[in-house]
Design a protein around this ligand. Structure first.
Ligand code: HAM
Length: 429
């Protein structure tokens, strides 16, 4: 196939074999967020470029080199959203959702776009589920966000595979003092820094802490520590969060080098990481951004949230064999009919069953075929039962119910009793 007719590198089709797992994951998260009283918001995928520059920060990797930015027909500079927080804050401001100190607990789901180098777990179009909470300044809500993700790992069977890393970045004033101390320390060792870190030293020195280069990491061992510069308010907030996590029995490690790649954070930052996915091990990440709403033109409004990468969590479920077996089953029941008259009867019988058996997933054979070929298709569909309707059954107004997965005998059941019979069978599966 010519290259221009293929999907863009780093942008993936999610094929029918994969969608059941995606839908299971999405439904699990949506159900969980419903149960905590969070409400969904849906924002556009494209925004003015300025929005991301102002919120994520001009000298971040995302804004400097990863955005899909283009001019539209009006000459406006637009960008495919690289993340959801900026758009969510914009929407909240634009619709006055946080006015008068109103609390908002919101979530969103959808594709995000970053021009990164694609590899396992890192794509150019990827999907996030994100949560943002406005006007709750205390550590109790930071703790709730972590508690609810912990519950999610429990529901998905992932608790043993993830670790919570936690840090506090302090207030912006405290961070500025720390930044100066760090720059002084690193400037004196400039020659030993890797090239990327030297560049960051000028533009965004805290990101040097993030460096993966061993020599730079070695240099950082004796560097000034952010925690020694924390303001009292941030210190108290962080202690409050830790006390709540301890009370809830949620394990965590403090990672003083966790600074995150987006500029809007202050106080709490956290990441859930796994060592099961290779280099792209962060499955969920977030933190507090109390200054962002004001920075974008709103009244002072606190914010805190996180986003998880769906591709990475789906990969993790697959890697750890945590995919529920029933997802392989497309349908519960496959109705096979032989002969024109039986086919006609099958059509109405199927509709009756769909009316009367709650949640039934029923496929009706299409394209006729011999007994053998129809049963082969029934088996391939993953159905637990095949319903057999031939001329003889038609005359007697019955069907043969043939178990496909267990040893049981084929039963003959009248059309009238069939809905109740199937409902009973499905309950056992
Ligand atoms: P982020 O750390 O840039 O934060 O992304 C959050 C998560 O999205 C990552 O931990 C990862 O699981 C997933 N992710 C990011 N980039 C990629 C990629 N190229 N391919 C696959 N997955 C990826 C944010 O986006 C913040 N808006 C989170 C937040 C919300 N903070 C406060 N509220």
């Amino acid at each position: 196939m010519s290259k221009s007719l293929q999907a863009i590198r780093g942008m993936n089709d999610i094929l029918p074999e994969q969608t059941p797992l995606w839908r299971y994951f999405e439904a699990t998260v949506a159900g969980l967020l419903d149960s905590y009283g969070y409400r969904q918001i849906r924002m556009p995928i494209v925004e003015f470029t300025e929005l991301f520059k102002r919120s994520i920060g001009e000298v971040t990797d995302i804004v400097e080199k990863e955005m899909y930015t283009f001019e539209d027909r009006n000459g406006d500079s637009l960008t495919l959203r690289p993340e959801g927080t900026a758009s969510c804050v914009r929407a909240v401001l634009e619709h006055g959702l946080s006015g008068g100190g109103q609390v908002q607990k919101l979530w969103y789901i959808g594709p995000m776009f970053r021009h990164e180098r694609p590899q396992k777990g890192r794509y150019r179009q990827f999907h996030q589920i994100g949560v943002e909470v406005f006007n709750l300044p205390g550590p109790d809500i930071d703790a709730e966000l972590i508690v609810l993700t912990w519950r999610l790992w429990g529901l998905l069977g992932l608790r043993d595979a993830v670790t919570l890393e936690l840090n506090s970045l302090g207030s912006s004033a405290a961070r500025a003092v720390y930044r100066d101390a760090l720059v002084t320390y690193l400037e004196a060792r400039r020659e030993q820094l890797d090239e990327d870190s030297r560049r960051r030293l000028l533009s965004n020195p805290l990101r040097v802490l993030d460096s993966k280069v061993p020599q730079t990491q070695a240099l950082l061992v004796d560097a000034p520590r952010l925690e020694d510069f924390l303001d009292d308010d941030s210190r108290e907030h962080f202690a409050g969060l830790r006390a709540r996590l301890d009370a809830a029995g949620i394990p965590y490690v403090i990672n003083p080098k966790l600074v995150r790649g987006l500029d809007y954070y202050g106080k709490t930052v956290f990441e859930w990481v796994t060592d099961q996915l290779g280099a792209q091990g962060t499955v969920c990440a977030g933190g507090r951004y109390d200054g962002l709403v004001e920075q974008m033109g709103g009244k002072p409004t606190t914010g805190v949230g996180f986003a998880m990468g769906i591709e990475r969590l789906v990969l993790l479920l697959e890697t750890l064999d945590k995919v529920p077996a029933e997802l392989a089953r497309q349908v519960d029941v496959y109705l096979a009919a032989f002969g024109e008259a039986a086919e006609l009867a099958a059509l109405t019988l199927a509709e009756t069953l769909r009316d009367e058996v709650a949640g039934l997933r029923l496929a009706v054979n299409a394209g006729a075929g011999s007994f053998k070929s129809q049963l082969k298709k029934a088996d391939k569909s993953g159905a637990s039962y095949a319903l057999v309707l031939g001329e003889d059954e038609l005359a007697r107004q019955v069907v043969g119910v043939k178990p496909l997965r267990d040893e049981g005998q084929q039963q003959t059941v009248s059309w009238q009793d069939l809905p109740g019979y199937l409902a009973g069978c499905l309950k056992q599966h």
